[in-house]
Ligand binder design. Sequence first.
Ligand SMILES: [Zn+2]
Length: 320
Amino acid sequence: MEKRGFWVAGIVVGLLGGALGVLALSQGFLGSRQASQEVATIQPASMPEPEVAPALPPKRITERPGNLQGSVMVVMYHQLGPTEKYMVRSYDNFRKDLNRLYEMGYRPVTMAEYAQNKMSLAPGASPVVLTFDDSWISQFRMLPDGTIDRKSFVGIWEEFAQKHPDFPVKGTFYVLPNGPFEQKNSAARKLELLRSWGSEIASHTIKHYDLRKKSDEVVKKELAESAEFVRSLGWEPVSLALPYGSIPRNTKLLEGFEWNGKRVKYQNVVLAGSAPNFSPNHRRFNPLRIWRVQAYPGVMGIDYWLDKVEAGESKPYVQP
Ligand SMILES: [Zn+2]
């Protein structure tokens, strides 16, 4: 009996050792995927279920303490080009934006995730919403060979995301019916890619009028048809970015209305503006008045606010 007990103990130790080895490999501590597969194939069929691996504490993105009341930066982009100009971000500056945001512990969320308070963030991370208005071709251009132009916002971001998988191409695109993105033939492919990365398509009206100058009927038509357009692209129209950030005179229309027998109501209305917005947990958060920070050099621009965060003068939302 004693001898048999010894053998049983030996087998248990051996199996545990094997289990730990497999766990170590599955955690990526050792070697390549190939090594993991080789080890896995020599496990005995009667191998007991391994104990649950001791959970590693998730890696904290920054040392900033959790702050669910902190502000959230929503960045507004329009066009991209070789040199920085009014409403045009340069290639270099967009790369710098991504790098700086990443290094400061920001991670991308969509407008819907932010405004509906459904953000999924690693501990210590702060959310940033990157928004793109008007679906310009420089936001997302396909080359004739079917690849994404690296000189478009999406191309630069996608390249960055390959190096930093925790900063995926997860933005919010306020589109117009111009393809979207001005290349009709590749529109479907672009939308498919955006969906696969977790990006969001949202409303920016149809004709891009200054709605403050339009009648209630025109405002209703613009909002209703844009919601239908976004739906036709495969997204639920959660938010509306007002062209020029211009609010209709009849502000009640932003709270919903009937149009052709249907209820039209955007959960969130997005303005232009010039400062980080309230946390969705903050008592002053207004889902129908969300303002953004412009991606331009200068006062109230993106770097101005990131400098303030670094100086401790602006407190961002931080996942505990
Ligand atoms: Zn616009």
